[in-house]
Design a protein. Structure first.
Ligand code: SF4
Length: 360
């Protein structure tokens, strides 16, 4: 078993069963993750302290701006984490660790006299159980380099700029091995359909998942008006509804693909789904500015209503003009200068997010 599969195995032991049609979609997020890992690995291996991000972005077909942002966060975090571990610690990057039960490649392993530290870069936008994975790497590293008084697992969430740290001793890793052995006995006996199914390679042929999704669809469709959703029902169905939403998105993508490839899709009601093409003009800001001010008498105030300024574009331009290591500071300074000149206004909006803890 791969160490990266351990979180899913922890959530649902039967995810380790073999299957005939493994689900393994290619995704943009996976390409970005590979590109970020490569850039950070090159930075950590002294041979390439300054990787060419534009080359890596082209190689992996990912957005250079996003790659640069995640790389900068990872590099700054690495500088601090390296100091914490002590300069005498051995640094192993992309270290293959083999075990009898599970194996994997750890992003970074720092081996000191008194501590082993494992660092795992995460570039995804969804946070999940990463602790099981770093414990797996620490357990393998302990066997490879010998026991230490303490072990530290660090998950670097690059999208959020957050560091999640876990400290362990030998007894914690021993308990981890015991839990692993217990879960092995549940393969084929215990199924836990839920968020773990999202990345499970068995999802195309798992009857437990199918029944779970059918039950979710029924539970959501059953109440005939929103007042019938009690708080308990809303809470119980929230994550499940998200899973169903993802299935609906996949269904809509499949419809679009079919229509594009076949020119349309006939519906049982006698109608047909077709694709219509529309055009919308975009205006070059410099030409627009010139024409409207010189030929149509637009004032600066009029132009301010016509043009909009975006944070992302400002950051991108400053990032392109600034040396590495100073980008974040210069970007923040430019935005602060605009605020100080009364050039910013705050627009409030709300969206639903999940946070830790309960109100009760
Ligand atoms: S699809 Fe879901 S329920 Fe089925 S084995 Fe995978 S994680 Fe478990």
């Amino acid at each position: 078993m791969r160490v990266s599969a351990l979180p899913m195995f922890w959530a649902c032991p039967s995810s380790a069963l073999d299957c005939e049609h493994p689900y393994s979609p290619e995704s943009d997020a996976a390409a970005l993750g590979t590109a970020v890992h490569k850039a950070l690995q090159m930075m950590i291996n002294e041979a390439s302290p300054d990787p060419s991000l534009s080359v890596i972005a082209v190689e992996h077909d990912v957005d250079l701006e996003e790659l640069s942002r995640l790389y900068d966060i990872g590099r700054d975090a690495w500088t601090n984490l390296r100091l914490h571990a002590g300069l005498d610690a051995e640094v192993h990057s992309e270290l293959r660790l083999e075990g009898e039960a599970f194996s994997g490649t750890a992003d970074i392993v720092l081996v000191g006299q008194d501590e082993i530290v494992v660092i795992d870069w995460k570039s995804g936008r969804l946070r999940g159980d990463a602790e099981t994975q770093v414990m797996g790497y620490l357990d393998l590293a302990r066997k490879r380099f010998g026991p230490r008084p303490s072990y530290r697992g660090i998950v670097m969430w690059l999208q959020f700029g957050d560091i999640e740290a876990h400290d362990y001793e030998d007894e914690n890793l021993d308990a981890f091995e015991e839990t692993y052995a217990r879960k092995l006995e549940n393969i084929g006996k215990a199924y836990a359909p839920g968020v773990a199914c999202r990345y499970c390679r068995r999802q195309l042929e798992c009857s437990a998942r199918r029944e779970f999704m059918q039950a979710t669809a029924l539970a959501i469709a059953e109440p005939t008006c929103k007042k019938l959703f009690t708080p308990d029902l809303l809470a119980a169905l929230y994550d499940r509804a998200k899973m169903l939403e993802k299935c609906l998105d996949q269904f809509k993508d499949a419809v679009s693909l079919h229509v594009q490839e076949n020119g349309g899709l006939d519906l049982p009601n006698g109608k047909r789904i077709v694709e219509r093409h529309y055009q919308r003009e975009q205006y070059d800001p410099r030409t627009t500015w010139q024409v409207l001010t010189q030929q149509h008498g637009f004032t600066q105030e009029d132009m301010a209503q016509v043009l909009s300024v975006g944070t992302t574009a400002i950051k991108r331009i400053i990032g392109a003009k600034t040396d590495k290591g100073q980008k974040v500071e210069k970007q923040a300074q430019a935005l602060q200068d605009i605020r100080d000149a009364n050039g910013a206004r705050t627009i409030s909006y709300s969206k639903l997010i999940q946070v830790k803890g309960s109100n009760s």
